[in-house]
Design a protein around this ligand. Structure first.
Ligand code: MIG
Length: 654
């Protein structure tokens, strides 16, 4: 059952699509199953007691475990490339949690600004959700199980975006590919090494001076022809689009935006100016439907050149610094110089100046300096901050549906809010080439699914820092199962395309396994979209009465048939896995054969070499497996065979 409460005058985020009658909050109990203490005295604060064994699920793209208990999280979309354990905010804001114990209650706080989830952090037995203004919708969902609650939630937020099948192919990316030649080298080295691939990503260097919807004519002399040539080679090029529009006379997107008043404005009506990759930019007012239509329409510049997929970046929106921020630094330097009465004092970079500089990037002050035009009313950005990335991707998604109604396009975003799942997917941003980030990748996936984001994945191999061969291989073996399977890395890091390492055949094999599984994976994905289900689930969703399963966070259920348990530690020849029931352990071996072994319920140590891909098939289930193909289009369904376990092995014991 879903109940909706209204507090104050909420902003209409459009996260929820179902029409649900709201009950005015007048001090009543909002949930019979778990009593909530609600205070409206100092903003909004909702708290409830949590029992020792209650598990708290949710929060989509967030740090730490699948069970969010024991820490605090703040929904505040942030461009922070250091996802260390203490971080409380990442790029997304997904305010849905489930308290799951003897009762199962889902809570969705539909509130577009900073909101804090203290999940047993201040006090172990207390869940507290608080925000500055008591203007929000609260949805309370009760159900039989955590999964039941999730499905009810998914039903009210609308169907998830469907990615094209080619987007289940493998993609190679790197911040640093500049020219058509660079891209061609990548493609030919993949093809020459017979490593399957379907996509190559264009990062910001394809643009002319980082201007959205432009292509650098020196680097790509005939872009449409190049896109065509790639297409003939069955490669989709996926360009990046950034949120900020460069301020430059003669640049049509900038000039039109200024003329039509489509950019976010300061209080005095002037266009707000922020520095991002292109230098000084304006932010299109994505919350305004007219602006969305205009900005979305620009994607046609690239689709008409043959492009059929995009990734939207920097849409928190990220700000390197603002004019006001720079003024503050200059002022701090001047103050300091005056104080010391020495002309060269700035050279010493005193602490106050340095802290001023440190605060330039993504400063909360800047987010208070500009406004959105919402139905003619000026709304200060910080009050709706978490909706920007959602609406940028909505602009693109709505436009792409108009541009090519019969064609599925690839679209995913860095920043997001619940609701964006109807328009595109998510990649989880700037992780690092760390072993711990394989595990973080794994843990984020089911939480994202709870919030409707089904087309998801992380930068395989790691974005920041130098990677290693074994890390890439182990990470790819997880990536085999994530809908978005993309290897991406940052400027200046070690090259990490599969052909950069010794024994390329191991990479060919691991990626090949992905292609053998695509018919199964894509069909499970479509099923999950269609039925508002999860593609990835925590073990506790399938085995809620098995405490050991509930506490297992380094394995996932996928679709109806399989469980995955990737290796995520260095220098090991396998790992321990917990089987909540008897299953068939399957390994795709480097010689193309498939290793099969029935394992009983319980704990096992399984050997998994760097060049093997493991999975587990549930009792009474089977999955289709095809032969390896060079790309998604080339998958031959005639080669399909079924791999399964009828559950007969230990029948006599019972
Ligand atoms: O400030 O476009 O997360 O994937 O390679 C960095 C360059 C901007 C951040 C994205 C990353 C991308 C990078 N971008």
């Amino acid at each position: 059952m879903v109940k909706k409460y209204v507090f104050g005058s909420p902003f209409e985020t459009e996260a929820v699509t179902a029409g649900i009658e709201a009950a005015e909050y007048a001090g009543q109990e909002v949930c019979e199953d778990i009593p909530m203490n609600i205070s409206l005295e100092n903003g909004f604060c909702c708290s409830c007691h949590i029992n020792d064994t209650d598990v708290i699920y949710g929060l989509g793209e967030a740090n730490r475990g699948i069970n969010k208990r024991g820490y605090k999280y703040v929904s505040n979309c942030t461009d922070d490339p250091n996802h260390t354990e203490q971080k409380v905010s990442l790029y997304g804001a997904h305010n849905f949690i489930i308290v799951s114990g003897t009762k199962h209650v889902g809570l969705f706080f539909d509130y577009p600004a900073n909101i804090c989830f203290d999940i047993g952090y201040t006090r172990q037995d207390l869940l507290t959700v608080s925000c500055e203004r008591a203007d929000l919708y609260l949805y309370v969902i009760t159900g039989e199980s955590a999964y039941d609650v999730t499905k009810q939630f998914r039903r009210i937020i609308g169907k998830s975006y469907i990615a094209p099948k080619y987007a289940f192919g493998y993609g190679q990316s790197r911040w640093g590919y500049k020219t058509a030649d660079d891209i061609e080298t990548v493609v030919s080295r993949y093809r020459d090494n017979q490593i399957p691939i379907d996509m190559v990503y264009l990062d910001i260097d394809y643009m002319q001076d980082y201007k959205d919807f432009t292509v650098n004519p020196e680097r790509f002399p005939d872009f449409p022809q190049f896109v065509q040539k790639m297409k003939e080679n069955r490669i989709h090029l996926i360009p990046i689009i950034d949120a900020g529009v460069k301020i430059e006379d003669g640049y049509d997107v900038y000039e039109e935006g200024v003329e039509k008043g489509y950019f976010c404005k300061r209080e005095d009506g002037s266009n707000f100016v922020a520095a991002v990759w292109p230098g000084w930019t304006h932010f299109p007012d994505m919350l305004n439907p007219e602006v969305r239509e205009w900005f979305g329409g620009k994607y046609e510049i690239l689709t008409s050149a043959g492009i059929d997929g995009f990734w939207n970046d920097m849409n928190e929106p990220a700000i390197f610094y603002s004019e006001e921020g720079i003024d503050a630094v200059n002022q701090a330097i001047a103050e300091h110089a005056k104080e010391l009465d020495r002309a060269d004092s700035a050279i010493a970079v005193p602490w106050d100046v340095r802290s001023c500089i440190d605060q330039l990037q993504n400063s909360p002050e800047d987010y208070k300096r500009f406004y959105h035009n919402v139905d003619g009313k000026m709304v200060r950005h910080d009050l709706v901050h978490n909706l920007y990335g959602f609406n940028m991707t909505r602009a693109a998604g709505e436009a792409l549906r108009k541009i090519a109604p019969d064609k599925k396009m690839l679209l995913f975003s860095r920043s997001s809010y619940i609701g964006m799942h109807r328009y595109g997917g998510i990649w989880t941003g700037d992780n690092q080439s760390w072993w711990s980030h394989i595990l973080l990748n794994l843990k984020m996936m089911p939480s994202l699914n709870m919030c409707g984001f089904l087309y998801t994945g992380a930068d395989l191999g790691g974005f920041g820092s130098d990677t290693t061969r074994d890390l890439v291989l182990r990470w790819l073996a997880l990536g085999v199962f994530t809908p978005l399977m993309r290897n991406h890395t940052a400027l200046g890091t070690r090259e990490q395309e599969c052909y950069q390492f010794e024994h390329i055949e191991d990479f060919r094999h691991v990626i090949g396994v992905r292609y053998r599984l695509i018919p199964y994976l894509y069909s499970e994905y479509l099923k999950a979209v269609e039925k508002d289900e999860m593609y990835f689930r925590p073990l506790g969703f399938d085995y809620p009465d098995d405490r050991r399963a509930v506490e297992t966070e380094d394995q996932l259920m996928l679709g109806s048939e399989i469980m995955i348990a990737p290796v995520y530690t260095q220098n090991v020849s396998g790992r321990t896995v917990y089987l909540p029931e008897e299953m068939k352990f399957v390994k795709f071996m480097p010689d193309g054969s498939i290793y099969e072994e029935i394992l009983r319920q319980g704990t096992h140590y399984v050997d998994v070499a760097l060049n093997e891909v493991p999975l587990f098939i549930r009792k009474g289930k089977c999955i289709p497996v095809v032969d390896v193909a060079e790309n998604v289009d080339a998958i031959d369904m005639e080669t399909v065979r079924y791999l399964g376990y009828d559950g007969a092995e230990y029948e006599l014991d019972a």
